[in-house]
Design a protein around this ligand. Structure first.
Ligand code: AMP
Length: 282
């Protein structure tokens, strides 16, 4: 496994692989790797000859009051996990390598990123799109793998790739969970022992919405009320948003669910703000 920290060296390696006819699979991450990330590495391995994992805590996707400085940085452990998974290249740049002095170009998606986490975290998806566009230009992947856990991000990246004509296939991987259903996340480690069992309320609420939907409930307001009631049972949980939106536009639904609907939750459980989602398909 090779560790590369400059964009130029990564591009040169990618161009050499392409010249040899190799298919490049790419998994962008912010490090602090867990089974969720590793499941994406395995998907990339199935679809490519060579796998590149990037580890970069991207400053532009954090808001001024968010946890950029405190975000867990665990390169030694991440590197060992990548090695175990048979990753070929780890791209591990420092901030100035991705944002040279005076960098003044960014990428904005103007529709899907207006709602949900985009509304709750202004500028977040500009940061995500900008860094992913840069990473695509550096790693030159044929295929890139993203987690369904960050469902809005996945939809925005697909839109960016379509609209900017990136020659990259986007593949998604299902959310990997703890045994009680909590979606694996680097931010779960901020949960106290008392809060940890309560954090399962996101998955429980989604289960309840799925159950009601399967039983024939189609009214988004009724389903949202059920989500809120379930999360309300956990005293440490505070809802940021609980919404059911059109799966394609991420806009609020005008009436009963008649097309795939994206159910999205963002909930503070103590310090961490946790997200989870599901899709209801009529
Ligand atoms: P992050 O390091 O949080 O930026 O995540 C990097 C990638 O891993 C993104 O595509 C995430 O959607 C994905 N990911 C994070 N957590 C999980 C999970 N529990 N299951 C599957 N994919 C995940």
């Amino acid at each position: 496994m090779k560790i590369i920290s400059t964009a130029l060296e990564m591009q040169q390696a990618a161009l050499a692989l392409r010249a040899q006819g190799k298919r490049i699979g790419f998994v962008p991450t912010m490090g602090n790797l867990h089974d969720g990330h590793l499941s994406l590495v395995r998907l990339a391995k199935q679809r490519a000859d060579v796998v590149v994992v990037s580890i970069f805590v991207n400053p532009t996707q954090f808001g001024p009051n968010e946890d950029f400085a405190a975000y867990p940085r665990t390169f030694a452990a991440d590197r060992a996990l990548c090695e175990q998974e048979g990753v070929d290249f780890v791209f591990y740049p420092a901030v100035p390598e991705m944002y040279p002095d005076g960098a003044s170009v960014s990428v904005t998606e103007n529709a899907l990123s207006r709602t949900l986490c985009g509304a709750a975290r202004p500028g977040h998806f500009d940061g995500v799109c900008t860094v992913v566009a840069k990473l695509f230009n550096v790693v030159l992947p044929h295929v890139a793998v993203f987690g369904e856990k960050d469902g809005q991000q996945l939809r925005i990246i697909r839109r960016m790739v379509r609209d900017l004509r990136f020659p990259v296939e986007i593949v998604s991987g299902p959310t990997v969970r703890e045994s009680d259903g909590l979606a694996k996340s680097s931010r779960n480690q901020y949960l106290t022992a008392e809060q940890r069992p309560q954090a399962v309320c996101l998955r429980r609420a989604l289960d309840e919405a799925e159950r009601l939907f399967a039983a024939g409930e189609r009214d988004p307001q009724t389903l949202v009320a059920a989500l809120r009631a379930l999360i309300g049972k956990s005293p440490s949980a505070k809802i940021d948003y609980a919404e059911i939106v059109d799966d394609e536009t991420l806009q609020p639904l005008a009436g009963p669910i008649a097309r795939p609907a994206f159910v999205a939750l963002a909930v503070w459980v103590g310090k961490p703000r946790l997200i989870d989602n599901t899709v209801l398909r009529p």
